[in-house]
Each structure stands twice: as C-alpha cells, then as structure tokens.
Design a protein around this ligand. Sequence first.
Ligand code: ADP
Ligand code: MG
Length: 321
Amino acid sequence: MLRLLLASLLLCSGAANADWHQHTFAVMGTEAHLEFWLDNDDSAQVQAAIATVVAEMERVNQRMSPYIDDSELSQLNRTAATEPVTVSQELFDLLTQAQQISELSAGAFDISYASVGYQYDYRQQRKPPEAKVEQVLAAIDYRLIQLNQQQLSVAFAHPDVRIDLGGIAKGHAVARSLEKLQQLGINHALVSAGGDTAMVGDRLGRAWMVGIKHPRAEHKTAVHLPLQDEAISTSGDYERFFIDEGVRYHHIINPKTGDSARKVVSVSVIGPDPTTTDALSTAVFVLGLQQGLVLIEQLPEYQAVIIDNQQTLHLSSGLTP
Ligand code: ADP
Ligand code: MG
C-alpha cells in the first residue's frame, strides 16, 4: 500500500520529465525487447541504456552462436573432441550451469542434444533418417562434456559430440543485460529475448504483466501473470516446427530418443535467475507434466505453468491459489 502511494506521488511530481522507454530489436535469431524507467529523463541517458543492452546481447551472441564461424562455441565444437580447449570464464560458467541443470533433470536438459539437433532443419522441413539418429545417440550425454575448472578448459569424450546453447544462452543474455541496466542506475526494467523475460523492480507501484502465448492460436495469450523482480521463460512446440504425416517436429529434443519431445506443448518457468528459468523450461518440456512438476517442486524458488498436449493448464503448488 505504502509502495503504491509513493509511486503515484512520484508519477504526479516527476511526470513532466520522466517516462517509460522501450526498444525492440533483432538478435540471436529472435526479437529482443527492453522497457525501463528513468527518473531523470535525459535523452542521452535513454540512448546510452538502449545501446548498452543492444551491445551486450550482441556480444553474447558473438560468443555463443553456433552460426558464427569464429564464435567461441564454434571453435569449441571444432576442436574439443581432439584436445582440451581453454575457454572464457563466461562460457565456462555457462557450461557449468548447463551441467547442473542436466544433473538436476536426469539428462532431460542436455546441450549435447546438438549432436543430433543440427541434423534437423525446421525451415526446410528436414529431419534425419532413423538410422542416423540411432548412430549419433551415443554422442548425446552431458557427461561426455568434461569441464576442467583449474585449466578453464573443455574436452569432449566422444568424437561426434557437438553442443548448442540455444536452451540457455538467451536467459544468460537477458541476465547480463539487466545487470548492465542496474549498473546504469536503472531499477525498474524489463528485458526479453524470445521466450525469456526478466524484470528488476516493478512497474512503479504495479506488477509487470507478462503473457504466456496460446500454444495453438498465434495471436492469443493463454495466461497473464503479474510479476516483479522475477524471470520467466517459456518453451513451446510452436516456435520452430514442421508437420510431417501428422507428426509435429519441433526444436525441443528429447536427448534419450533424438526426437522432438511431445508430452506437453508449452512450459513456463518462473524464478529468480533468468539463465536457470531458461534451461528449466526446456528441461520440464522434455520431462513432461508429472516428472516436470516433480523437478519444479524440489526447487522452492521456482514455479511452473504447463500446458499439456490436451491443452489443459497445470500449475506448480506455489502458483495454486
Ligand atoms: P527458444 O526460446 O529458443 O524457443 P527454449 O528455451 O524453448 O528456446 O529451448 C529450445 C532450444 O534449446 C532449441 O532451439 C535448442 O537450441 C535447445 N535444445 C533443444 N532440446 C534441448 C535439450 N534437450 N537440452 C538442451 N537444449 C535443448
Ligand atoms: Mg529454455
């Protein structure tokens, strides 16, 4: 109540030269968005804040993209099966975090899914033949990615291992962008990249309203959630997919089968850390409703909204009224 009142006073007194600012741009193969409040509305400061986030997201992209030939990730994929590769602290830490989510999800989240993943082309509607999938399954196992903390190096214990950070890098980019905004003294902001969103503060006395897309109606929202000081990540089977003989092939792969995961159609995970919500949403998507909820219920700070393949909505206990 007190907070609400203070916010409205602020609005009245400072409204003449303070405002919300937003910017939308393309990065990491998706659309990124930021929105923030500046108490002192100085256009140079506004532009600096926008430029900082754009640069930070692009920096992460240059480092983590599998499509950029000299990205750190591409170099790792080319060499780590032959010899250990020394990487940046940032990449090492992200790989460590990915491994932790793999352990937690019994391998449902596994960045070595890419050993088969790169053989799918959703735009060209191309999937690998079954025999090929069988053959590369041996290279999908996060335990084949060996991290050496002293050397800050990474080695792959199988010649066919490839990794991809598509299930975790956008959350990381969002986290880093919000940190940058806070360093600029901004305390009310929202940053998103594709299905990964995080906020610092509230929307001046109100919560931010974040929508979860309807998985089968393109411009509809299935759920609106009021959030503040949280991250939310959504994984859906409707972002990148094709349908072949009635079967939906999409970009979230079950590492145990090399095929798309089909137990649920949308998973949103809410919690404090955007990198974790990003990876967890992918993990829960692969695990499905029952096992996915078991995982989320182990993590008191994290909640989930799951839409199953009958289009029924399920909530983890922390969201149940
Ligand atoms: P997006 O926001 O890109 O839709 P998600 O968070 O839903 O992403 O994650 C999907 C992406 O994660 C895929 O595009 C792929 O890059 C990667 N991915 C797919 N399956 C797995 C998996 N089992 N473990 C880790 N990453 C995966
Ligand atoms: Mg994810």
